[in-house]
Design a protein around this ligand. Structure first.
Ligand code: FA5
Length: 343
């Protein structure tokens, strides 16, 4: 028995060396300690055949071997674990000295920037920013704005209809009605947002564009207030002195109505070759006027007691002016070479 154990000892030491990974470890452990056929288990079974004296000596030898083998297996297992961990660490190593990739940073769209500037100026003048639906009923789009059945603006060649009662709004003026229904005078609001028209794209037209609507309602509001408001706004926007002129015009929801022009911010009417005003000295801002009494009435505001002014202009064209861009179609072409210039 002594010789057998000593052979086993040698064999075990050789087997230990074959352990390189977890499966080897299990194989060797089973070889010696499996309950059925493990070498140690078989030796224990042999003990019964020995005399009590031989059994005591052999039992001790087997026990010593067992302890030794278990200890060796444990430390081999520890070593395997350490090696696996350090391999994993090596695999996951991050070389912090390698120069990184700078992620491409986005930036606000030029129209968003211009819109924020416009909002900031009006807010500084006491206006609140009002939101309104881009899809609205024909009541808010037309009826309440005093736009009668049969008016060209209601035609389907101008407006995108969803059905007989719903349309993509063709102007932000629908927010005038929502604001007057929601608020009690006096109040002043602006409503910037998207609008939609069946316009063919060209350097100054898009079928989807942005407008900002302005509305002030109170007692004794006059065209003079309208003029002063727009002039102050434009002077803050272009950071220079501006003059304003009204040209009589017709919008069903204002009376009187006017097209509003402002003096050229580039040449101040002095340069006949100016590329911005084409030598006219004037730039078109948009429509404006005094809120029509019918519109006030449709919103339960007494036109005998209150009056108001409204205006609306295009943000896309204003953005093009602010950044010196000659074609508003660039804004939605999705060309990053264009868009990344506005940081
Ligand atoms: C209106 O839309 C009126 N709602 C403005 C108004 C408000 C008048 C309140 C009176 C009182 P108009 O259709 O002119 O008016 O459009 C106003 C501005 O929107 C234009 O001056 C222009 O700057 C811009 N605009 C119009 N159509 C387009 C288009 N297809 N693409 C880009 N901008 C446009």
């Amino acid at each position: 028995m002594k010789d057998t154990i000593s052979e086993l000892h040698k064999q075990f030491c050789a087997d230990l060396e074959t352990i390189l990974e977890a499966t080897d470890f299990q194989r060797v452990r089973d070889q010696y300690f499996s309950r059925k056929n493990g070498q140690v288990t078989l030796l224990m079974k042999e003990l019964g055949k020995l005399s009590p004296e031989e059994r005591r000596d052999a039992g001790k030898l087997i026990n010593d071997f067992k302890n030794f083998a278990e200890q060796e297996l444990d430390s081999r297992q520890e070593e395997l674990k350490r090696r696996a961990e350090s391999l994993a660490l090596e695999r996951e190593r991050v070389d912090i000295s390698i120069p990184g990739h700078r992620p491409a940073l986005g930036s606000p769209h030029p129209i968003v920037r211009a819109r924020q500037r416009i909002e900031d100026i009006f807010v500084s003048m006491g206006y609140s920013v009002e939101d309104g639906p881009e899809i609205d009923t024909t009541f808010y789009n037309f009826d309440a704005l005093n736009i009668p059945q049969g008016h060209p603006a209601r035609e389907s060649q101008d407006t995108f209809y969803i059905n007989d009662e719903l349309a993509l709004r063709s102007q932000t003026s629908n927010v005038q009605i929502h604001a007057m229904q929601r608020r009690k005078p006096p109040f002043r609001v602006i409503a910037p947002g998207k609008v939609f028209r069946r316009d063919t794209p060209d350097p100054t037209h898009n079928p989807m564009f942005f407008q900002v609507e302005g509305l002030t309602v109170g007692k004794n509001i006059t065209m003079g207030d309208l003029k002063g408001t727009l002039q102050t706004f434009l002077e803050k926007l272009f950071n220079r002195a501006i003059t304003l002129r009204f040209r009589p015009s017709y919008f069903p929801f204002v009376e009187p109505g006017a097209e509003t022009d402002f003096s050229c911010y580039l040449c101040a009417s002095k340069n006949s070759g100016c590329r911005v005003c084409k030598g006219t000295g004037w730039i078109e801002l948009g429509g404006s006027g005094m809120v029509h009494p019918n519109v006030l009435q449709a919103c339960n505001i007494d036109p005998q007691e209150y009056s108001g002014f409204a205006f609306g202009f295009g943000i896309d064209r204003m953005t093009a002016m602010l950044y010196g861009i000659d074609d508003i179609r660039h804004f939605f072409a999705g060309d990053l070479r264009f868009l990344t210039q506005f940081r």
